[in-house]
Design a protein around this ligand. Structure first.
Ligand code: FES
Ligand code: FES
Length: 214
């Protein structure tokens, strides 16, 4: 029931649906207009400054592929690609990535439905059990392959040849190190390493949503 002290109801927008509530001075202090391009689709959002990228994706855009595991940057289940580089969605505020290109697991397959090479390799290797960590593993693997292809060294990279002199050679040790930020409670690690090793032979395995749409 409405009370005399309630603010006026927002004017109905198209089709009689209530429109967004008008901004108040207090809103302006805690909310911002944020633009995200997610899997090639442009989104304009009005978000509280405290909303993380992960919650913006899951709660505001209904993209529930990226999972909330720890919400503390420790499990990697929320990994997405931000401008082609992997990031923990739970640790980033959405306002901090305003204008960025985001790729989630939903954006890895091409629009025609053909699976991304890493998705195909994960299936071929049965590289998941419960599957909860798998979206983050997939996005992280795409980022890891992009970094290796660009010659970025990891903690496991040998000094000879010198780091940065070309694409990194992806030994099992390299793959384990580069994906060490992603935890899998089911312990599917051997199959995940095998899947990433197989997919690394395919140049298309480094493509992100932006590449797929382009
Ligand atoms: S939910 Fe983000 S790292 Fe665990
Ligand atoms: S497949 Fe279950 S947590 Fe990784």
């Amino acid at each position: 029931m409405a009370h005399a002290t309630d603010p006026p109801a927002p004017e109905p927008a198209h089709g009689g649906e209530p429109g967004p509530a008008p901004r108040t001075p207090d809103d302006a202090a805690v909310r911002s207009h944020v633009t995200l391009c997610v899997n090639g689709v442009h989104h304009d959002l009005d978000l509280d400054h405290r909303v993380t990228l992960l919650d913006a994706l899951r709660e505001h855009l209904d993209l529930t592929g990226a999972k909330k595991g720890c919400d503390h940057g420790q499990c990697g289940a929320c990994t997405v690609l931000v401008d082609g580089r992997r990031a923990n969605g739970c640790l980033l505020l959405a306002v901090a990535v305003d204008g960025c290109e985001i790729t989630t697991v939903e954006g890895l397959a091409d629009p025609g439905g053909a699976l991304h090479p890493l998705q195909r390799a994960f299936i071929d290797h049965d590289a998941f059990q419960c599957g909860y960590c798998t979206p983050g593993q997939l996005c992280s693997a795409v980022g890891a392959l992009r970094e290796a292809a660009a010659g970025h060294p990891s903690h496991a990279t040998a000094d000879t040849p010198p780091a940065g002199s070309g694409p990194a050679v992806l030994s099992a040790e390299e793959i384990r190190e580069r994906l060490s930020g992603n935890l899998c409670r089911c312990g599917a690690y051997p199959a995940i390493v095998g899947a990433v090793a197989d997919a690394s032979a395919d140049a298309a395995a480094t493509r992100t949503g932006a590449d797929v749409i382009a």
